[in-house]
Design a protein around this ligand. Structure first.
Ligand code: 1GP
Length: 247
């Protein structure tokens, strides 16, 4: 059965209250190879991964529904859409991060695409979780930066990140996501994570360029509530064991 887990946000809030940390694996439908997907799913079940985030900056194949169906047949790990654009929507997931790119000043990604997709989402069984998405400079031009036509927040400007997250929270966004972008050279600094997490009440997701279990642990200690890893696990799925152990 699909979409039986529609209280994911309430559970995440409760986990935050209890100080429990979460780990998400990002699966990009464009990059998946069936054999690696199977290995990743086996490992995810073995290690107790909390969520799959599904999405990418483009998604140039039509594998989204097939991927979601395939994973759902194999396990009950919640499937959360993390869409790069409004074509990446599917009823076969459990929830959707309804991303507003609040670090940028592109009105289409702040509210425009949301207006277009709202009626589809209103009819959908998906749990919609409004999310303040903040792109942080990761030392390289990422796909998100190029595709969104926005500037990231400079990596050392913790104060800008804090004010952006505060504004997002005051606007009613239910999650904040600090992202250095997939494949970032430099992940988000612990200092920025600490500054942002101590300024806001809502759960904080951190991702982009995280490659080691040590960085996973350091980010969680700095105040992240959910860690997202994609690239490093696409290259070496076995790394998942150590990363989840670090959580
Ligand atoms: C990107 O935060 C995610 O949006 C994951 O990034 O692929 O670099 O782990 P990586």
């Amino acid at each position: 059965m699909l979409n039986q887990q529609n209280n994911l946000y309430a559970k995440l809030q409760e986990a935050k209250r209890l100080g429990e940390k979460k780990f998400a694996v990002l699966l990009d439908p464009d990059k998946l190879r069936l054999k690696k997907l199977e290995q990743t799913l086996d490992l995810a079940l073995e290690c107790g991964v909390d969520y799959f985030f599904i999405g990418g900056s483009l998604v140039v194949n039509n594998m989204l529904d097939a991927l979601l169906t395939n994973i759902r047949q194999r396990c009950d790990i919640p499937l959360i859409l993390f869409p790069g654009n409004s074509f990446q929507l599917s009823y076969r997931a459990d929830a959707l991060l309804f991303l507003s790119l609040i670090s940028g000043r592109n009105p289409e990604l702040l509210i425009g695409q949301h207006v277009i997709s709202a009626p589809f989402l209103k009819m959908s069984p998906l749990e919609i979780i409004s999310t303040g998405y903040m792109l942080i400079d990761g030392g390289v031009t990422t796909s998100v930066q190029y595709m969104s036509n926005t500037y990231p927040i400079p990596a050392a400007k913790d104060d800008i990140a804090v004010c952006t997250a505060l504004a997002g929270e005051m606007l009613g966004l239910k999650l904040m996501y600090l992202d250095a972008g997939s494949g970032a050279l430099n992940p988000v600094s612990e200092s920025m994570i600490e500054a942002v997490s101590s300024a806001i009440q809502v759960p904080l997701i951190v991702g982009g360029g995280i490659r080691t279990p040590e960085k996973v642990a350091a980010n969680l200690k700095a105040g992240a509530d959910v860690i997202v890893v994609g690239n490093a696990l696409e290259k070496d799925p076995v790394l998942l064991r150590e990363m989840v152990a670090a959580v």
